[in-house]
Design a protein around this ligand. Structure first.
Ligand SMILES: *Cc1c(COP(=O)(O)O)cnc(C)c1O
Length: 329
């Protein structure tokens, strides 16, 4: 991997990422639903990254970054800090490339997530999230063991990898009027916006974040990266505290608007996906669709792309949410 310098990724990097991912990542399906079209009064095209390897788009960026490591970086191994989809993405991508992976996770992370990550042969190092800072733990490990840290969103190779999701969507269904993307730290949004600019230049790109954590929206309106406290929301994959130094300028340049949706809207969208489209989508993965199905973004008569970002939700939690019961945040 190239040393991070603030040289932003371009569409060429997305095209190169697509070549690396060919045969390693799934080319996920694009779904349509007459019922969803009727609700929105538009033609909706859902890019279903819940069917991606590890159940979320994060495999794209992780693999694209890891595939570019040099021989000595490969020998030493990679490091990630995450308890969510990025951890599993790094663990799987590293194991496919025969590279050791270390994942830093809070010691009280859900057992299902720890087991999934361990299942890909990654070493898990735990820390006490009330008393230790995960960045400090990760930096120390990286330094002591010579590991390469792969960040979850703020890295050019990660952004380029995520952009391949939108590249596939445009290649399959042609130009769009609007593309909606789920927004956490902005890796997916930045990559998809670069793909849209190259492949469908008149397409407006709208990012969607949880109401409880609208740092992206505030960053766009204030013209600087706004930091917030970790938000409490069902959209755990988008519960980030700030956009990145790479992702923010791309978003500022190419995203027309950032909107928010409530947790209630996420649950209703999850129920729509399960009952009408027969698919399991995690709450974070519902952000973009919720903005259209709940009428937050008017799209009447348009051709609209919607990124479904992932489908990893524990089944008891999924069942509780569908039943309308409250769950722990
Ligand atoms: C990570 C993640 C997001 C947010 O992606 P960013 O690149 O951080 O903006 C959205 N949905 C799911 C399912 C994720 O795992």
């Amino acid at each position: 991997m190239k040393q991070p310098s603030l040289i932003p990724p371009t569409y060429d990097d997305i095209a190169a990422a697509a070549r690396r991912l060919d045969g390693a990542a799934h080319r996920t399906p694009v779904l349509t639903s007459r019922q969803a079209d009727a609700i929105a009064g538009a033609h909706l095209f859902f890019k279903a990254e819940n069917f991606q390897r590890i159940g979320a788009f994060k495999f794209r960026g992780a693999f694209n970054a890891i595939a570019q490591l040099d021989a000595s970086q490969r020998r030493a191994g990679v490091l990630a800090y995450s308890s969510g989809n990025h951890a599993q993405a790094i663990a799987l991508a590293a194991s496919l490339e025969g590279i050791p992976a270390t994942i830093v996770m809070p010691e009280d992370a859900p057992t299902s997530k720890m087991e999934a990550t361990r299942g890909y042969c990654a070493e898990i190092v735990t820390y006490d999230r009330y008393r230790e800072d995960r960045m400090a733990v990760a930096d120390k490990l990286a330094h002591e063991r010579g590991l390469t840290l792969i960040p979850p969103y703020d890295h050019p190779d990660v952004i380029a990898g995520q952009g391949t999701a939108a590249k596939e969507l445009f290649e399959e269904i042609g130009e769009l009027d609007t593309l909606l993307v789920c927004l956490g730290g902005g890796g997916l949004t930045a990559g998809c916006a670069l793909a849209a600019q190259a492949l469908s230049p008149h397409c407006r790109v709208i990012a969607v974040e949880p109401e409880a954590g609208n740092d992206g929206q505030r960053s766009l309106s204030e013209g600087r990266i706004v930091h917030i406290e970790a938000p409490r929301t069902l959209a755990d994959g988008a519960a980030t505290t700030h956009l990145g130094d790479y992702t923010f300028p791309i978003i500022q340049r190419l995203v027309s608007e950032i909107v928010t949706v409530s947790d209630q809207a996420l649950v209703e969208t999850m129920r729509f996906f399960a009952s009408r489209m027969k698919i399991t989508v995690e709450p974070t993965g519902c952000l973009a669709a919720a903005a259209v199905l709940q009428g937050v973004v008017p799209v009447k008569g348009q051709r609209v792309g919607i990124l479904i970002s992932g489908g990893n939700v524990d089944m008891p939690r999924f069942a509780a949410l569908l039943a309308g019961n409250s769950v722990e945040l």
